[in-house]
Design a protein around this ligand. Structure first.
Ligand code: ADP
Length: 377
């Protein structure tokens, strides 16, 4: 059992007399065996949070709890957590075997035979046995990162803490390592906190993702919850690529008015909306914009500015008044630069946000889970 509690964590740095709030009252509970991803833009406090969990940074306020006990005052080596860094941090003069054995030698009373057996067993599980006698300088980036992971795994820690471990690898290797790491974590069942600025990595790897901005937790949930039911405009814009489109419109009764269109809300949705919003931010994901014909309700006429084919999908950048919105259409659909388009924003896919606070007022309808439908019927 290894549950990690981050209990109202606040970290303030003193930068030449100026207080920098890196983490602000961050409060979550990470379940046993969970793969939790901390994600957010650069400078949002991800690494600081991870370093506070590891004990590499003192906390200003709050507690770090491991299995119900506070470890806030414990030294990093007494927390039973293993950290993996972006930079691999292997000792250059030691072989992979010595690097993997080092932590065990320093922190346990295992005999050298026992350590050897443990290192070899882990290396075999990770498919790196043939690298054991090599030094880091003789290994590729991917191999070094496997050794660094092996060094963490061999210690049998209660928790893995990973700080952007894949960001030094090229794109293709990163994708392979992503799957490898996920499989490994599932196989070992070790609670993992993983930091990344890359939303795709977060979406594909995390059991849950915690999205931070300016030191504050914005939302925690499964990747699809955060994608379909964002709590605010920041989450909506951060999760998903290309990003959700945001269009400010003024509301007159059941109509959203924009200089380029008037969107008539259905009676049900118009009733649902609070009365006190004269302006709203309408959110629509690129993949939810549909090409329509003039007979469709609520069509929006706009001009395709640039079309970017990627093969399976094409991104169409569309001029709408003084802003550019993005639509992604199937690669089979031919759209030409400069073409006039009739667009449709299906109401079931529409998000609405408070123009001032950015809070979600209405999210798209949750997608139907086909499996559940079959089970229920
Ligand atoms: P992230 O990992 O999300 O990129 P960090 O946790 O590294 O963000 O940093 C959060 C904020 O704290 C940033 O504004 C950063 O400049 C500041 N910060 C981080 N470390 C220090 C430090 N040692 N001294 C002063 N400010 C720091």
């Amino acid at each position: 059992m290894s549950r990690v509690g981050i209990d109202h964590l606040t970290k303030v740095y003193d930068d030449d007399g100026q207080a920098i709030v890196a983490v602000d009252d961050f409060d979550i509970e990470i379940q046993d065996g969970e793969f939790l991803v901390l994600v957010g833009p650069s400078g949002c406090g991800k690494s600081t949070t991870l370093r506070c969990i590891a004990g590499l940074e003192s906390v200003t306020k709050g507690e770090i709890i491991l299995d119900g006990d506070s470890v806030t005052q414990k030294k990093p080596m007494d927390r039973d957590m293993a950290m993996v860094f972006q930079s691999y941090a292997l000792y250059p003069h030691m072989t992979a075997r010595e690097n993997m054995a080092f932590g065990l030698k320093m922190t346990t009373d295992m005999s050298s035979d026992e350590i050897s057996a443990k290192v070899e067993e882990t290396a075999e599980m990770m498919g790196i046995s043939e690298l054991l006698e090599k030094k880091p300088g003789e290994l590729s980036g991917g191999q070094q990162q496997r050794v660094a992971l092996g060094r963490a795994i061999v210690r049998d820690p209660k928790v893995f803490l990973m700080d952007e471990p894949l960001s030094n690898l090229d794109a293709k290797l990163r994708t392979t390592m992503r799957t490898e790491l996920q499989n490994l974590q599932q196989q070992l069942g070790v609670t993992t906190v993983y930091v990344t600025h890359d939303q795709t990595e977060a979406m594909t790897m995390g059991d849950r993702i915690a999205i931070l901005n300016k030191g504050e937790l914005q939302q925690i949930g499964t990747p699809l919850e955060c994608y379909h039911q964002p709590k605010n405009q920041f989450v909506a814009g951060f999760v998903g690529s290309p990003s959700m489109n945001f269009i400010t419109a003024s509301r007159h009764g059941g109509t959203l008015d924009h200089e380029e269109f008037a969107y008539q809300l259905s009676g049900d949705l118009a009733m649902e909306l609070p009365d006190d919003h004269d302006e709203l931010v309408l959110g629509i994901r690129p993949e939810d914009i549909e090409l329509a014909d003039e007979s469709t309700r609520n069509t929006i006429t706009a001009t395709a500015n640039v079309v970017e084919p990627t093969g399976d999908v094409s991104y169409v950048y569309i001029e709408l008044g003084d802003q550019t919105i993005t639509a992604s259409v199937s690669g089979d659909t031919i759209v030409r630069d400069g073409e006039q388009l009739q667009l449709q924003f299906p109401e079931s896919k529409l998000h609405l946000f408070d123009v001032e606070t950015g809070d979600a007022i209405r999210n798209r309808e949750a997608p139907v889970d086909e499996d559940e439908l079959t089970l229920d019927q």
